[in-house]
Design a protein around this ligand. Sequence first.
Ligand code: SF4
Length: 354
Amino acid sequence: MINKQRIDDFQSRVLAWYDYAGRKFLPWQQDITPYKVWLSEIMLQQTQVNTVIPYFNRFLSLYPTVYDLAAANQDEVLRAWAGLGYYARARNLHKTAQIIVDDYQGCFPKTVALLSNLPGIGLSTAGAIAAIAYHEHAAILDGNVKRVLSRVFAISGWSGDSRVLQTYWDIARTLTPKQRVRDYTQAMMDLGALVCTRTQARCEDCPLSSACLAYQTNTIEIYPTKKPKKILPVKHTIMLVLENDQGEILLEKRPLSGIWGGLWSFPEFDVLNSLQVWYEAFHGKGFNPQTITGFRHTFTHYHLEITAIHLSTSSGCKPFLNESQQFIALSSLSDYGKPVPVDKILGVYCHDLA
Ligand code: SF4
């Protein structure tokens, strides 16, 4: 239980710090609308502000309103998102825009309960939209805020544990003021991003240092408690860069669910032998695989060891493509939303051609 004096002290220190050091000139902080807040909050999940800014500006010029986004083709949305990663965010963004237009007459709801029912909007993002866009008394608990709270209140235990998470939410809600909730919300995010950073906390510049248990007891490094270590499994895949005699490359559109859903990628094979069987089935002889590059790409749940193999088709060969596959000219590849590893392979391939 945190007493009222400590709550008041915490809030006034955070707000006073925000007045002189908080960020006030980010693109989504100008002429604030629920649409801009939502867009920025989704982009900022697991992504740094500096990376997000150009994407946010481009999105807003392509889709100035939620109506524009709802009416867009999903391929275009994924293309505008390509490079930001975690593509489920883009698919949910598109779905949510359509729900806002169809069910809410284009206006975002104001409550955390309704907002958090929308695809891709969790409790913290809902809190941020309610607080920043509507001045509602709603708490947030993103990674930055968790870090600050864990250190100031010396909260032990990994936040993926539901009891620990409940403690975080209880504290976050207790501390959130009714007045100036927009500034407070932004201030807490900024404190975590600019001062109480993951690796080098700047405690000498922190407004909370005199109240911070981790600082006072010199135990900053142990907060927040890290996720128990798990060794990620390693999977292997062969990505086929199949070039036809016009110099076009075969890409296929991935299914909407699963990794890189809806993006364009290379055909994949588990082992070289299955690639050879597939190739010879339509091409006959002439299997001559050339390795373009190999590297590891890491997802949340596993590492993917990627080997990119080049093969050619000769004149007259008719690869039996399925409907999700098509040959694309190199000059048109930028029109297709592709995951980062595919762009990386194409970069090496085009460099080798030059
Ligand atoms: S005093 Fe240091 S550890 Fe504590 S909240 Fe401030 S920056 Fe973080």
